[in-house]
Design a protein around this ligand. Structure first.
Ligand code: GLA
Length: 640
């Protein structure tokens, strides 16, 4: 799909942003209050995404060329093949279902030529018969909209079939100005259980774009520029999505809904979606090729602390079955599926299952890999080794075992060594691996070499002797750590994401910039800027890295003691202010260090957390800082 990166009305818009910046500057002292402990877990917990949602979506299979028959055919195959029993539950309609917004009542009208069951005897349209049918089959049903006035298909794919018809107003099918009306219609009246809310209407319709000057669309002053956070009005985008989330809560009193935020990693969404939605896209659209798969994976890979039961990072839907993930590329297809599983991505099949050969159905149906994704502890895998050639992901499971994926990102065969240390297991005790594709078992001590074919991912569960015999490192339970305040004052793009060509742009630009905000955010087993956690000469291979002036909420599952070694990280640049580290239990101060300066020796912290449900870790400087320094909660752990 072609996407233009040009913005219009920029002068006016920049002036507005400067005004907003001035307000933010004035607001700094008040913002410091967010470091006060609340005693509450504040990450998003509305909705029904306790585990990453699984299902099927029409977009990767059919783009906008969709109809009821295609949808129901894949749904039936999901039942007949046993995939439904394995957890694939959501059947989602993407772009292409709408005919127009009726005038003047604003009621959305369904394209009954493609969805005949939506035609009501009185001439109106309703998806209720279709959602009733899906529910009777045991599924949940999903619908699609846009947070702006117009859809992605209208703005970026005018040649795609099934575009809305009629006057300008009739073609304004997005939620903007109709949030309450549409959400009520889709959920209370039509019975949907999920909505994916895209954001194309927030960009691409500036006053001077051809779409507006030609008289075909109403202008919408862009508030998103996917190439530039500096040209994006993050607060305005967040506000629009908040309104949708509030309407969803209003019209779903049973909480049985999923709010899928689709703003493609733009507008710094990787920082705030954990407070607002059930799943949130961390990147631009996936394409069925290896390089884009790596790009989308990377956009999620370094964000484990920003995903929790209730709210997950979404690197986009599966392309297993197509292009470089088709039956001629089963190594790549298995890699794609394994990686999505281990980073707790939603598992949404994007394939026309009517034509799926057994080899593909076997991939979707691998129960061991599905179980890795659906583990109840909800810990997104942490990168235990991170490079441009090989990545090793480790995910701590509810039973204390580990999931591990070793990814050969290159096209050539490669050798990789898995260390007991990567797993936080003792090096002198046996480690037992089970290969989740072949079911083969293997035992090693210390380290084990593997030969990986080009683009192969080896994925295992691992049993061993935990380094912390009677406790858990906080970086092993990222699903129970919420960076309520991560100290980032100005969103910056993360430079470590593989910069694949944008398919709709190729090299017709000067560069492919780092584009997804989140750089400097809280990290498990790494500094906020991707380096080893280090205080002076002391390096830590485990711990939490976060900027000063931050507050982390940590759920405590019955442990008695919190321990850590704290200080200012060697990567600090400002270094002008000391940092004090405080530990709170259910809102009450348990312990606090003296102010620690850059260069000071690491300080040991312990706190009695018996009976405490929520621990808060606050690192604070005496005065607010424009750009806070990185600090280390080294070896941070709960012990019995
Ligand atoms: C955007 C989204 C895709 C898909 C299309 C539909 O590109 O990111 O996932 O929904 O819109 O037009």
């Amino acid at each position: 799909m072609k996407k233009s990166s040009s913005l219009n009305g920029l002068g006016k818009w920049a002036a507005r942003l400067c005004g907003a910046a001035a307000l933010i500057a004035l607001a700094v002292p008040a913002a410091a209050d967010t470091l006060s402990p609340t005693g509450r877990w504040t990450a998003y917990s509305r909705g029904a995404a306790q585990l990453p949602p699984m299902g099927w979506n029409s977009w990767n299979a059919f783009a906008t060329d969709i109809d009821e028959e295609k949808l129901l055919a894949s749904a039936q195959i999901i039942i007949d093949s046993g995939l439904a029993k394995k957890g694939f539950r959501y059947i989602d309609i993407d772009d292409g279902w709408w005919l127009r917004r009726n005038q003047p009542d604003g009621r959305m009208v369904i394209r009954t030529a493609n969805f005949p069951s939506a035609a009501m005897p009185d001439g109106s349209t309703s998806f209720r018969p279709l959602t009733d049918r899906l529910h009777a089959m045991g599924f949940k049903a999903g619908i699609y909209s846009d947070v702006g006035r117009n859809s992605c298909g209208q703005i970026y794919g005018p040649d795609l079939p099934n575009q809305p018809q009629g006057s300008i107003a009739e073609r304004e099918v997005g939620l903007y100005g109709h949030v309450d009306q549409d959400i009520k219609l889709y959920f209370a009246d039509w019975g949907f259980d999920l909505i994916k809310v895209d954001g194309c209407g927030l960009r691409g319709l500036g006053e001077t774009t051809e779409k507006v000057t030609s008289g075909r669309f109403r202008a919408f002053t862009p508030i998103v520029d996917s190439d530039s956070l500096g040209r994006t009005d993050v607060a305005a985008v967040r506000k629009l999505y908040t309104e949708v989330g509030d309407a969803l809560a209003r019209h779903n009193p049973d909480n049985d809904f999923i709010f899928s935020i689709c703003i493609w990693g733009a507008a710094d969404v990787r920082s705030w979606a954990k407070d607002l939605g059930s799943i949130s896209r961390t990147s631009e659209d996936i394409s069925p090729n290896w390089s884009r798969m790596l790009h989308n994976l990377d956009s999620t890979a370094r964000r484990p602390l920003y995903a929790h039961p209730g709210s997950w990072n979404d690197p986009d839907m599966l392309f297993v079955g197509s292009g470089e993930f088709d039956t001629d590329h089963l190594t790549e297809a298995r890699s794609h599926f394994s990686l999505w599983a281990i980073v707790n991505s939603p598992l949404m099949i994007g394939y026309d299952l009517r034509k799926a050969p057994k080899a593909l159905m076997d991939i979707f149906g691998n129960e061991r890999v599905i179980a890795l994704n659906q583990d109840p502890a909800g810990n997104q895998a942490v990168l235990a080794f991170d490079s441009g050639d090989v990545s090793i992901f480790v995910k701590t499971l509810a039973n204390g075992e580990k999931g591990v994926a070793i990814l050969n990102r290159t096209s050539a065969p490669i050798e990789a060594t898995l260390m007991a240390e990567h797993l936080k297991f003792l090096a002198d005790a046996d480690v037992d691996l089970t290969n989740l594709w072949s079911n083969e078992r293997l035992r090693f001590k210390g380290q084990q070499k593997f030969k990986l074919a080009g683009r192969e991912t080896l994925v295992f569960t691992a049993r061993g002797t935990r380094r912390l015999a009677d406790g858990i490192y906080l970086s092993e339970q990222p699903g129970s750590v919420n960076p309520a305040v991560d100290g980032v004052t100005v969103p910056e793009a993360e430079p470590l994401v593989h910069r694949a060509l944008l398919p709709w742009q190729n090299t017709r630009a000067t560069r492919e910039p780092p584009r997804y905000g989140g750089w400097g955010g809280a990290q498990a087993d790494s500094s906020p800027y991707g380096q080893q956690l280090t205080i002076g000469d002391k390096r830590f291979d485990t711990g939490l890295g976060v900027l000063a002036n931050s507050r982390l909420e940590v759920r405590n599952a019955g442990y008695g003691r919190f321990t850590a070694t704290v200080g200012v990280d060697v990567s600090a640049r400002d270094r002008s202010q000391p940092v004090s580290f405080a530990v709170y239990g259910d809102g009450k101060l348990l312990t606090k260090t003296k102010p620690i300066k850059f260069g000071d020796a690491p300080v040991a912290v312990t706190a009695d957390v018996r009976g405490v449900k929520l621990v808060e870790l606050v690192a604070r400087t005496p005065r607010p800082m424009r750009f806070s320094d990185p600090v280390v909660w080294g070896d941070a752990a709960f012990q019995r």
